[in-house]
Design a binder for this molecule. Structure first.
Ligand SMILES: [Zn+2]
Length: 159
């Protein structure tokens, strides 16, 4: 019956745009009572959220415990969603902001390196396939995109 509730999204859906309404699973951050209320786990972004409903936030996290979501996906592996590759990238008027673009590039490199290691070890990465949006983003990264905003500032100084 917990599974029906999960499939219907009765525990709520992940508020993250890129998670596309992924249903949340209840879990505790402690197996001891009166430590923290129930939290909601998104299997797509692997993050925790506070319950929106007041009724849910009254439930003690220990009722579900720290292992509930792991057990669920061991018993029902077909319910495990692919990990989302999509991330929000901060932009100012459509141009990537400089520091965050550098950070995001580094994080993408790390992610790709980890994926290569997982594939080399012969295991499933659990990531969904690279979508076309990402391919377009990679092209932008060359010398277009982020240079735009620097040009704008340089133009301003010269004027
Ligand atoms: Zn999520």
């Amino acid at each position: 019956m917990q599974m029906d509730k999960y499939k219907k999204g009765e525990f709520g859906k992940c508020p993250r745009v890129a998670c596309d309404g992924q249903p949340l699973l209840p879990m505790g951050q402690s197996d001891n009572v009166r430590v923290s209320p129930v939290r909601l786990y998104c299997a797509r972004c692997e993050d925790l959220y506070n319950p929106k409903s007041h009724r849910h936030s009254q439930i003690d996290g220990a009722y579900f415990g720290t292992s509930f979501h792991n057990i669920v996906f061991q018993v029902y592996p077909n319910l495990l969603p692919p990990k989302s590759q999509k991330r929000y990238e901060p932009r100012i008027f459509g141009f990537r902001t400089h520091a965050s673009a550098a950070l995001i590039r580094w994080q993408h490199e790390q992610k790709d390196a980890i994926k290569e290691r997982i594939v080399a070890a012969g295991a499933e990465t659990g990531f969904e396939g690279e979508d076309e949006d990402n391919a377009i983003e990679e092209d932008e990264e060359g010398d277009g995109g982020e240079d735009g905003i620097d040009d704008m500032f340089e133009g301003g100084k010269n004027a």
